[in-house]
Design a binder for this molecule. Structure first.
Ligand SMILES: Cc1cc2nc3c(=O)[nH]c(=O)nc-3n(C[C@H](O)[C@H](O)[C@H](O)COP(=O)(O)OP(=O)(O)OC[C@H]3O[C@@H](n4cnc5c(N)ncnc54)[C@H](O)[C@@H]3O)c2cc1C
Length: 477
């Protein structure tokens, strides 16, 4: 059997689903085929239990620069606008209090400066001192004896934003909604693993699964780490290698935190700092993580991707040099070692306690367990020419009617933004049209909203906290 489509998307995770939706709704492309290896949509990294369920806007992610935060804010808003337009509140999208917490004088000062710098982009941000935190998030303040933690702490955060998404459910909704578009045929094929892709001599490409053959004028491979695997097989992306970094979680047996609590990111570390989140799939109990462990396989909790790992790693002197650059830094080395121990039964949980207590000083061993079956793999990409790890997502647009996307965090947040980027390439290549006006009306926000309060007032508040801290220091020492 052969099936022909204008566009074939390989992979039905959140990236593939977002692209199908945008192509069906905002372009005049007539037929889209989505080919998925497993039995359902979003069974790997986009599944709700695989990732941290966070909309990474850039407001509390302290490793984002202001320009990067402006970009992520735009794409994050698209997720929000999509969900609200379809009334998915409290079904797919959720609102929690969220904050970045600074512990100790250096981190406190860092956060206060960041608050001043980022307030214009995120006017809803508030700065919370220890007294306010006692009310909003008491477990970050008190130790097991009910005493206040001795360090200075401050947080920047918000109480009234959309913060959390079940990306697995969102992926399903995107494909359902794409199928409802009247002028586009959208077919989903599950249990069909794309084994090979060949360029046709005349036009487009042919894809083979075990039992089916597909042809397409344009292909987008949104297959996670396997995107690079398929690119390499076709001779593309030879300058990249893939380093799969698994992330696991620890889950508490009750709700410890009222909202998301993020830590200050060590700028040297390429992976997200430990955070605590209310898990929307575990009755709001707190999920701590993710950890970061290099795994010699491309998919978590699935068999048979060890060989694919070696094929996409393409171990050579450039890859070794990139890894060496990471490992020779003692902070990164320690971090990797600690994260390895976090995965070891019995010891892992005990080691983890030390790190998690930076967020919840009173945390006890009996309050949390290793979250079995949770977590996924981030397909981090190594740029072999530059001998370094690329920190975010990577996309290989060949300019020949085929694109390959590798999407580690925050790939779920940026799914609709990435899809828009690919949509533009597709319509240009195929000579189709894009209803950008409708896209902007429905999925993008206007310019930044007005400041909630004058900057001068915000500055006064920050200075007050600084003064109070210094007064406390004098008293304390
Ligand atoms: C621990 C962890 C925490 C994270 N937290 C966040 C977060 O809080 N916020 C955020 O925005 N992002 C987060 N991410 C990142 C986010 O989960 C990913 O960026 C996102 O899920 C990637 O979606 P995707 O569709 O590109 O890939 P995937 O969800 O991996 O989907 C790829 C699909 O391709 C299919 N496939 C693969 N090979 C083939 C083939 N040959 N033929 C057919 N189909 C194939 C797979 O079966 C799969 O369904 C996190 C990731 C991890 C691991």
């Amino acid at each position: 059997m052969s099936h022909h489509y204008d566009v074939v998307i390989v992979g039905a995770g959140i990236s593939g689903a977002a692209l199908a939706y945008e192509l069906a709704r905002y372009t005049n492309i007539e037929s889209i085929g989505i080919i998925e290896k497993y039995e359902d949509i979003a069974t790997l990294n986009s599944k709700g239990t695989s990732n941290s369920q966070t909309i990474h806007v850039g407001d509390i992610e302290t490793n984002y620069t202001l320009p990067k935060a402006a970009i992520t804010k735009r794409t994050a808003k698209m997720v929000e606008k999509y969900c609200l337009a379809h009334s998915y509140e409290n079904e797919i999208i959720f609102s929690h209090q969220k904050m970045a917490l600074g512990v100790g004088d250096d981190e406190v000062e860092f956060l206060l400066q960041r608050y001043e710098e980022f307030s214009e982009l995120f006017p809803y941000l508030e700065v919370w001192d220890k007294e306010t935190l006692k009310i909003l998030e008491p477990r970050v303040v008190y130790d097991a004896n009910g005493n206040e933690r001795p360090e200075n702490i401050v947080a920047i955060g918000t109480k009234d934003q959309w913060t959390t998404v079940d990306y697995g459910k969102m992926a399903k909704s995107l494909i359902d909604n794409a199928k409802k578009e009247p002028n586009t045929r959208v077919d989903l094929f599950v249990n069909e693993q794309v084994l090979t892709i060949e360029k046709n001599t005349t036009r487009g490409y042919t894809l083979h699964t075990k039992e089916k053959t597909f042809t397409a004028d344009f292909i987008v491979v949104n297959a996670g780490a396997h995107s690079l695997f398929l690119a390499h097989a076709m001779g593309y992306g030879q300058e990249y290698a893939c380093l799969p970094m698994a992330g696991s979680f620890y889950l508490t047996t009750q709700k410890l935190l009222n909202g998301k609590v993020y830590m200050i990111q060590n700028p040297k570390l390429p992976f997200a700092a430990l955070h605590g989140d209310p898990d929307i799939l575990a009755e709001g109990n707190t999920r701590f993580g993710p950890t970061a462990l290099m795994l010699p396989k491309l998919e978590r909790y699935k068999n048979g991707t060890y060989l694919d790992f070696w094929k996409t790693l393409r171990l050579d002197s450039n890859v070794v040099s990139a890894l060496w650059k990471l490992l020779k830094d003692s902070e990164i080395r320690n971090y990797i070692l600690r994260n390895f121990i976090f995965e070891v039964p019995f010891f892992g949980k005990r080691f983890f306690l030390h790190d998690a207590r930076k967020i919840v000083p009173s945390l006890q061993l009996h309050e949390y367990e290793y979250a079995q079956g949770f977590g996924g793999v981030r397909p981090q990409v190594i740029d072999k020419k530059q001998r370094k790890l690329i920190l975010g997502e990577a996309s290989i647009n060949t300019g020949e009617g085929i694109i390959f996307n590798m999407t580690p965090s925050p790939g779920a947040t940026s799914c609709l933004g990435n899809a828009q980027r690919d949509l533009k390439s597709i319509v240009n290549y195929l000579g189709k049209t894009f209803d950008e006006q409708r896209f902007n009306d429905e999925l993008t926000d206007g310019e930044y909203c007005a400041l909630k309060e004058p900057i001068e007032l915000q500055k006064q508040r920050v200075n007050k906290i600084r003064e109070a801290m210094h007064a406390h220091e004098k008293e304390y020492y």
